[in-house]
Design a protein around this ligand. Structure first.
Ligand code: HEM
Length: 359
């Protein structure tokens, strides 16, 4: 049955349809259109207790309201390049992106948290969002971080973690009692925290390994395989200098001096491997090297680049399907809510101005 038309939102005086919201305005021109049916503007209710608005409200309570910016991973910079597929990934997935050949990519490096002007801190989680477009009118979007496991395994734990890890105004640090109570409530997070402490971050964005963490199902005519993917860097990072944008500035300098690359490893899971993203898979799982991501340009966030893309992890091509990980549906719902808000708000300049960084 046809859905009734939804009211258009207005953004910079332009009528913004639901379709362009979900595609990202800039991406519409750069990429082939995707099948909107593949995009779940998921239920407002998340898990048993939440609406996506409750999670958005909590972000805003912790980080303040910054109109026009993402409610999480607010500080970022836009990049573009290509994905060169080896063809080896077709063993696991029929997605056309894995056929031998080259696909265009737009992406965004970010730091976690909802403050778009927060000083760079090497301990802050680093993000990489990618949208890979390829023939057939499909896209593969992913938003990854530089962690070996995710600290929580449910939207409820994510919501509680936001409050437990918020700095106490009196000390500037999280309240140790609140953190202890949170970890006692979520033993999976306590276990993941130990793993995270054993894997300190690398020195910069370009030597970071970016992982899906969530499990996905790779599908061919002959079957379905659980897969987690990892983008493994092929270079060292330039040393970070000083200043509030030290990590981003080093990234900008490096990209101004030449391309940077990551190999895409598809980690082949088994039926016994956990979907729970706080749990690592055994280290000896087989890896298929599906190709290489090469980023060639970097731009200040602006209309027409990755600023206006929603790196929804459920925008998947035929041949990749979500697993039952409850984080995935929650992410899709909250990213869409964040996107709808920021697309309708006035824009302020990004803290990272690419032209101002000396090569
Ligand atoms: C329930 C769990 C999670 C919630 C509620 C959440 C929430 C959010 C929100 C609201 C945004 C901003 C979206 C936008 O306005 O475009 C965001 C961005 C992002 N998230 Fe999450 N997130 C969750 C889990 C994860 C996980 C598991 C990962 C990585 C594996 C991740 C990586 C990222 C990245 C890289 C971005 C920035 C993407 C960009 O540059 O647009 N998040 N998240």
């Amino acid at each position: 049955m046809d859905q009734p038309p939804r009211p258009a939102l207005t953004w910079r005086g332009t009528a913004v349809s639901r379709r362009s919201l979900l595609l990202g305005l800039g991406a519409v021109t750069a990429f082939l259109a995707i099948d909107l049916g593949a995009v779940a503007y998921a239920n407002n209710v998340i898990g048993d207790r939440f609406t996506r608005q409750a999670i958005i409200d909590r972000f805003q309570r912790i980080f303040g309201l910054h109109p026009g910016f993402r409610r999480n991973h607010a500080k970022g910079v836009a990049v573009s390049g290509r994905f060169d597929s080896t063809g080896a990934g077709r063993e696991l997935s029929s997605a056309k992106v894995f056929a031998a050949g080259t696909s265009p990519v737009i992406g965004r490096f970010s730091l976690g948290g909802g403050n778009p002007t927060a000083p760079d801190n090497p301990a802050t989680v680093r993000g990489l969002g990618l949208a890979i477009g390829f023939p057939g009118g499909q896209q593969w979007r992913t938003a990854m971080v530089n962690l070996p496991v995710f600290p929580v395994n449910s939207p409820e734990a994510f919501y509680d973690q936001l409050l437990a890890s918020a700095p106490d105004p009196a000390t500037g640090k999280p309240d140790p009692d609140a953190m202890a109570a949170f970890l006692a409530k979520y033993p999976a997070t306590a276990a993941a925290t130990k793993i995270l402490k054993e894997h300190p971050p690398t020195s910069g964005f370009t030597d970071s390994t970016f992982s899906s963490l969530n499990t996905f199902l790779f599908v061919t005519d002959s079957g379905t395989t659980p897969v987690r993917w990892v983008f493994v860097p092929r270079q060292q990072a330039l040393p970070a200098g000083k200043g509030d944008n030290a990590l981003f500035d080093a990234l900008v300098r490096q990209l101004k001096s030449g391309p940077v690359s990551w190999d895409l490893h598809l980690v082949v899971g088994t039926a016994e491997d956990p979907i729970d993203s706080t749990l690592p898979w055994p280290a000896d799982r087989r890896v298929v090297t599906a190709g290489t991501l090469t980023l060639t340009t970097i731009e200040t966030e602006a209309q027409g680049n990755a600023r206006d893309v929603n790196f929804d992890p459920l925008v998947l091509p035929d041949g990749i399907e979500p697993s039952d990980d409850p984080l995935l549906a929650a992410r899709s719902a909250v990213y869409a809510a964040s996107y709808r808000l920021r697309a309708g708000e006035p824009k302020s300049p990004s803290a990272i101005t690419v032209d101002e960084v000396a090569p």
